[in-house]
Write a protein that binds this ligand. Sequence first.
Ligand code: F6R
Length: 603
Amino acid sequence: MCGIVGILGTYEVSPVILEALRRLEYRGYDSAGIATVSDGQLDRRRAVGKLVNLSDHLVHQPLPGRSGIGHTRWATHGKPTETNAHPHRAGPVAVVHNGIIENFAELRSELTARNYGAESETDTETIALLCQSFLDGGATPVEAVQRTLARLEGAFALVFLFDGQSDLMIAARKGSPLAIAHNGTEAFVGSDAIALAPLADRLIYLEEGDWAVLSREGFTIFDEAGAEVDRPETRIAEAAGRVDKGGHRHFMAKEIHEQPAVIDACLSHYLDGDTVRLREGEIDFSGVDRIVMVACGTASYACHVAKYWFEQIARVPVEVDVASEFRYREPPLSDRTLAIFVSQSGETADTLAALRYASGKAQILSIVNVDTSSIARESDVALPILAGVEIGVASTKAFTCQLTVLALLALKAGADRGTLTAEDGKAHVEALRKMPALVSQALAVEDRIEDIARSLAEARDVLFLGRGAMYPLALEGALKLKEISYIHAEGYASGELKHGPIALVDESVPIIVLAPRDHLFGKTVSNMQEVMARGGRVVLISDGDGLAAESAAWRTVEMPRAPAIWAPILYAVPAQMLAYHTAIAKGTDADQPRNLAKSVTVE
Ligand code: F6R
């Protein structure tokens, strides 16, 4: 959600900032902009839409300067117009911002009354105006920023640049992540390691309330109270710099195809022979009497699948809630409650707020892809999913890695609680170890899926059906399809269809049935017959020979056979490929679907 970069360089920075913004574009692509200081003069270029428009603009109107800040926007306050694009400028101050200033209306009317009128509809411009007002009152840039920060309520990551100051950049963080780096002669600020990876090999994550004053000579970090502080340096993982499509047309395709390897890496990390070892800290499930799982979007569907696993294997009651509801519901929690927060980015604002609600009331376990994230840092135990950087806005490999970690946790829970025998545990581990190979086989149905996707692209509505742990997968399949192809899709529990949604069924509505041959298969086939009797065009995704003849479905996709309990990990793959190829057939942007952004750091 909004990408930020800042550089005090020893070279022309605009092209380098543009390149860094390219790596951050998955965070937002409504508009983009860069401001620089050249010969002491602050100047900026902004453009609506994807970064390529800013890049074109810079070809026609280059932006010189060795100091600069850049931004790629996901609009919160105000439409995606050039006037609303960052950097925002007020007199001698330019600022880029990720987050939301909650008291901006109050600040804005106060500033307007003092003749500091805004041009844009954004909350960010208010920050620049406020800072300008302090400078006009005689404050130095550092004092002006400090006073500005003291007035801001809400969440922000900010970088300031000043007219007449070519060796000064000020960064601040509250609620939204921000990192700084320095190589002895140059200073950098970025939203994450991906932004800074090719520029520096070590970075420092600012902590809540921190702000940093940077020059080419060095930097100083202050905490919220203004005291100078030291923060630990982190080596930037080599992989963070490798943001390429690996020969695929889209990041999403690459990430779908990486799944066998990343699931394998995840299993190896947590399995020691037949035993699940968490390494990052122990959780003893024998003292747990209830699990609550909290997440948003795709991550919440991973939790819904895991509910079936925890309840079946470990006989422990599980509640699942979306984070935006959980926190306001104020659910009772106790020290025997294990609260599990699942998040790819580890920065999702609602999930983080829900975690903070649970903190101190329950044991906090998080499952994250970014192990330096706020959610990881604020948990009692944080388990990485080791999926590697995920750039496609639609989550794919993170979902199957979340499922993998949750599957292993369910086995650990069963072992700790004495509900899973050593022999059964061993059999489950053996089955899970086969998943990477099975996922590879599932990827081989891509041609078949592509063919079905061409028909699906014509549809206005699509239904997904699943039973048991495949029901949340039906929800996930529908989410994936709607977010990247813009086709309306809904997921239902197969048995629920005749309680209402069947009224939607006619020849124009494809129905995707996710149904491995388990003990519920016969029931799902009956539900399919009910749909087909009403003209519904069923795409059956299942395993076993003679699927087409036996089911009389409109189309079938034959999957490798997997142990029923772990089938959701496998069946995620055709659901992802179906969404991807439908988006390709429709000509939508699979990696950067409209209105969305990765890492939702606002509520
Ligand atoms: C959908 C998708 C989103 C995220 C959700 C939570 O494909 O990616 O629904 O799953 O925004 O994000 P994280 O996992 O970063 O908390």
